[in-house]
Design a protein around this ligand. Structure first.
Ligand SMILES: NC(=O)c1ccc[n+]([C@@H]2O[C@H](COP(=O)([O-])OP(=O)(O)OC[C@H]3O[C@@H](n4cnc5c(N)ncnc54)[C@H](OP(=O)(O)O)[C@@H]3O)[C@@H](O)[C@H]2O)c1
Length: 160
């Protein structure tokens, strides 16, 4: 099972605002996100899930929190109390891949073990407090680049 980070990052490293909002609305990137993740489990932090407000359709939504009392009135959602336990659960699903869909805290933890990263590098800077963690580019090999009007999608694979 491949563990894949998927994220959109502004030129200055920003991925989101402290209040949970995404600083931009780029429809083509939302489309790319949907097309790429549809049918696969998506793993996200509690803050990112609450920013979405509801589970994304066609994907098992897995939310990580420390709060053992947390529950949501939605189907198609599972809550785990650690990233490790969420990944262990995903392994039981026999899926060829799963996606780590943010936000900053979750990316920071997942970047040490993810197999791939699909990064939409936005062609603009953005205002926001949440940044993607710094990573050592030498540990990653670029396996594809897909140029779009407002962003370029770069797929990185971890070097062995
Ligand atoms: N640009 C993009 O592609 C993209 C994608 C996704 C999100 N975002 C942005 O990212 C921002 C949110 O990121 P964030 O860093 O503030 O929050 P986050 O990573 O979405 O969620 C953080 C929360 O996850 C839980 N958590 C984290 N690590 C955990 C662990 N090891 N065990 C148990 N629970 C854990 C905690 O929930 P509790 O507090 O409940 O314990 C923590 O407060 C938003 O602005 C959003 O728009 C951007």
């Amino acid at each position: 099972m491949k563990i894949i980070i998927i994220v959109a990052i502004a030129e200055n490293g920003v991925i989101g605002k402290a209040n949970g909002d995404l600083p931009w609305q780029v429809k083509e990137d939302f489309r790319h996100f949907k097309n790429t993740t549809l049918g696969y489990p998506i793993v996200m932090g509690r803050k990112s899930f609450e920013a979405l407000g509801k589970p994304l359709k066609g994907r098992e939504n897995i939310v990580i929190t420390h709060n053992k009392n947390l529950s949501y009135n939605f189907e198609n959602i599972r809550i785990f109390y650690s990233l490790d336990s969420a990944i262990d659960y995903c392994k039981t699903l026999n899926k060829e891949k799963i996606f780590i869909t943010g936000g900053g805290e979750i990316y920071k933890q997942a970047i040490s073990f993810a197999d791939e990263m699909i990064i939409s590098h936005m062609k603009f800077e953005a205002e926001g407090e949440v940044k993607f963690p710094e990573f050592d580019i030498n540990k990653w090999e670029i396996i594809s680049k897909d140029e779009r009007e407002k962003f370029v999608i770069v797929t990185y694979s971890r070097k062995i």
